[in-house]
Design a protein around this ligand. Structure first.
Ligand code: ACM
Length: 540
């Protein structure tokens, strides 16, 4: 009852701010001019749109009509209330949205732009519309008269979820995708494999999920915390993956699957020690501890190379997008240093740096992809430790995701001619606490990244003009060693995800933390209606 009353008052607050003409759009559009007056909706909304854009209108109509009761009708008439026009001058993800007292005109050059225009339009209304939840308190639905010209600063606005350490399942992932779409984010980086669990079905290697998706502890041991012996795990079948891929596509989000190899691979090694282990005769199990396991894949074994190529083949079929992430972070070389095959291979390739074995492994995988037909081509992404080796064999058509010493690493990648994505551990690892308060839930990592600190990170600060072209964008990352349930993921993720989304979308000169805090207040209603948890620190 209390919750219902709270939602009622929150709705009234939100409705009043809409009436007062506030434009609470997150991320802040490039240009907004609020006029006077309103567009008043009738019982139905007629929409004149080019046929190829109609699927986007249909998706919008589902949430919009459910929330408002207003039917959306396709129309060929020039007097339709909403007119959608193609204009090749508008950037691919950009849009012009012009709400006049008598009509709504939207200009886009591509479907993604229309999707974002309609996301903004929903944010001009009470948050029930964005959430697609009916509200009974509105008698007359309206939009403020406003002119918006908008396009993102960066083409990559990402969020990474680690499901290797803990597994949350399809519905949790879909909710995250919805929130990302609300904030116009467009890359869901799905970290699917870890020392502590392999989470995606690979048909050719069934033991990866029969063995590798399960471990004998829900908590991960660390310091005084001991493994609890509880059988824990889960994985996505290929059927699940296809469903999530479709769900993301409808929201203009590309999924970037990450299979982290050859490090962070103990679950894979435990599943197929005969193919992957550096020390076949030792016992290998899915890891029960936190940290970085030394049980890495034997990159000198041709079986391991075959394995990785086969996995990439199945990923390519499952994920019809541009990129595959092969990890590459925190890969200890101790086992390679003790392994004869690895030592011989290192000498064969003429190097003394064991990191180059990792690069030699990747080079074979890259060549494998390059031999595929055009529609199966995928670009490769690696974490920035790969730069510690001689990357020349990989060429410059790879992407470096910069996390540790991110700003410097990204410049280094750009200087080597590679593209790069900024996901700085501090402050974009939004698995860390949001405040030093003792009431904070257990979160992965010891540090605190306040919403303000996250918001105030400036991408590409001081980067020379020419190198800037190599920066694809920004990404928030979420590691889950200490986060066992989806509700805590949400609590830590929000509203900081919105702060990163704004860094990716809004021109730097327009970004202002205090203004962001004002604009995002109304989103508490969206979170509550969607049933997503969120950090309360900045909400009044
Ligand atoms: C990472 O945080 N190990 C990419």
């Amino acid at each position: 009852m209390k919750a219902k009353l709270f939602l009622f008052f929150l709705s009234m607050f939100v409705l009043m701010s809409a009436v007062a003409g506030n434009v609470n759009i997150v991320p802040l559009p490039t240009k907004v001019e609020v006029g006077t007056g309103k567009f008043l909706f009738r019982k139905s909304l007629t929409v004149n749109t080019p046929d190829e854009l109609y699927p986007v209108v249909e998706k919008f109509a589902a949430d919009f009509s459910r929330a408002t009761g207003i039917r959306v009708k396709k129309s060929k008439s020039s007097s339709a209330q909403m007119k959608i026009c193609l204009n090749g001058d508008v950037p691919a993800e950009g849009y012009n949205l012009n709400v006049k007292p008598n009509e709504i005109v939207i200009e886009v050059s591509a479907p993604a732009g229309l999707f974002y225009a309609l996301q903004s339009l929903k944010q001009l209304m009470p948050r029930n519309v964005l959430a697609g939840v009916p509200v009974a308190t509105v008698e007359q639905w309206s939009l403020p008269v406003v002119q918006i010209a908008d396009a993102p600063s960066f083409g990559w606005r990402g969020f990474m979820l680690d499901e290797g350490r803990h597994f949350y399942g399809k519905e949790a992932v879909k909710k995250i995708i919805d929130v990302m779409a609300a904030y116009k984010m467009n890359r869901f980086h799905w970290h699917l494999t870890e020392d502590q669990g392999w989470r995606i079905e690979i048909k050719k290697y069934p033991l990866l999920t029969e063995v590798g998706a399960w471990r004998n502890s829900k908590v991960l041991g660390w310091g005084d915390t001991k493994p609890d012996g509880i059988r824990y795990g889960g994985f996505y079948t290929q059927h699940d993956v296809k469903e999530i891929v479709q769900y993301a596509r409808e929201r203009f989000i590309e999924i970037v699957p990450e299979v982290d190899i050859p490090g962070h691979s103990q679950a894979a090694v435990a599943s197929y020690p005969g193919l992957l282990a550096c020390d076949i005769n030792n016992w290998h199990e899915v890891w029960l501890w936190q940290g970085v396991s030394s049980d890495v894949i034997n990159v000198a074994d041709p079986n391991a190379v075959r394995f990785a190529k086969d996995v990439i083949d199945e990923l390519t079929e499952l994920f019809p997008f541009g990129y595959i992430h092969l990890g590459g972070d925190e890969c200890p070389t101790a086992k390679w240093e003790r392994n004869n095959e690895c030592r011989e291979l290192l000498s064969e390739i003429g190097s003394k740096n064991y990191r180059d074995l990792q690069i030699h492994f990747y080079k074979q995988l890259k060549d494998h992809i390059a031999a595929k037909p055009q529609e199966k081509q995928r670009k490769l992404i690696f974490w920035n430790e790969v730069l510690h080796g001689n990357t020349a064999p990989l060429g410059d058509d790879i992407t470096i995701m910069a996390w540790v010493g991110a700003d410097r690493a990204a410049v280094e990648a750009a200087k080597r001619g590679m593209t790069t994505i900024l996901s700085p551990q501090i402050p974009y690892y939004i698995n860390r606490r949001q405040s030093p308060l003792p009431t904070e839930p257990r979160s992965q990592g010891h540090g605190t990244e306040t919403v303000e600190a996250v918001y105030n990170y400036v991408p590409m600060r001081g980067v020379e003009g020419e190198l800037q072209q190599r920066y694809l964008g920004v990404q928030a990352n979420f590691w889950t060693e200490w986060v066992e349930d989806a509700s805590t993921v949400e609590y830590l993720m929000l509203p900081r995800l919105a702060a990163v989304a704004e860094a990716g979308w809004t021109p730097q000169e327009r970004r202002d933390y205090n203004d962001f805090v004002e604009r995002i207040q109304t989103d508490t209603l969206y979170y509550r209606l969607k049933g997503v948890n969120y950090g309360k620190h900045i909400f009044k």
